[in-house]
Design a protein around this ligand. Sequence first.
Ligand code: ADP
Length: 320
Amino acid sequence: MKRIAILTSGGDAPGMNAAIRAVARKAMYEGLEVYGINYGYAGLVAGDIHRLDIADVGDKIQRGGTFLYSARYPEFAQREGQLKGIEQLKKFNIDALVVIGGDGSYHGAMRLTEHGYPTIGLPGTIDNDIPGTDFTIGFDTAINTVLESVDRIRDTATSHTRTFIIEVMGRGAGDIALWAGVAGGADDIIIPEHDFDMAHVAKRLKDGQERGKKHSIIMLAEGVMSGDEFAKKLAEHGDFDARVTVLGHVQRGGTPTARDRVLASKLGAYAVDLLLEGKGGLCVGIKDNKIVANDIIETLENDKHHPDMSLYQLNQEISN
Ligand code: ADP
């Protein structure tokens, strides 16, 4: 093992830069040469590959986004694209690849592994929806960003005795809504992993208002339905003077939290350790507070992401 490369792919997440830095610095510390690939799998296939030196990853740990840029490149789902990618890696005499990204990016890494190319996946997404890890890089920052908005919305909601529906990201996963909902004291949390009954939601809101509650906040995961659709359906059960806030891409940006930077640093350095031991075809993560590595093919085929549903029950018991 002499040369490794790093790419970031799919939706960007705060902490990706910290992960790139950790992989690069640890690899350099171990005497390896490091290459950065711009624009994810698109850049890999196009040969947009350049040497990184120690200073290139300096002053990046605190920055959101990814300085290697990201891209969506559906062509990589085809065998032809994958083989072209491996051809480029071989042209640059690169021995192994670290992919930082979400579920789609992991599938790309899995394909490279199936073609016999040593690849390791690092979980980088705000959605926290990747199997093989309890937490993804970027999730902690995103929930803190959401929380800041929830606190602000709570101020205005209280002033006008209004109900606010806050639509948050997460694709098919409810983790952002769950964590930010509990932390923000939401009256109800609506996620794809749990059925809900609008009549019951409305009753909880009414009960709260009758007790003199000045504000009501509903945390809605985008994977269930849009905030506007939810507000329309809620209106069928009473007049809640509901307002919808769609937080959107602000959730993707910003300075990564300490927790995300530390997670990125640990996972990045561990990926290099594994490659030095001659191990590829893995995805790394954190399970029960321990850094772990799992077979990427097995993980994607057999493992499913599950949010911490105890948070759902907890919120039912302590909110409203
Ligand atoms: P994320 O990694 O955040 O889930 P995407 O789903 O957009 O984001 O995936 C990122 C990129 O990973 C895609 O643009 C494509 O290049 C690659 N990719 C996605 N799915 C596959 C697949 N099934 N096989 C190979 N590559 C894939």
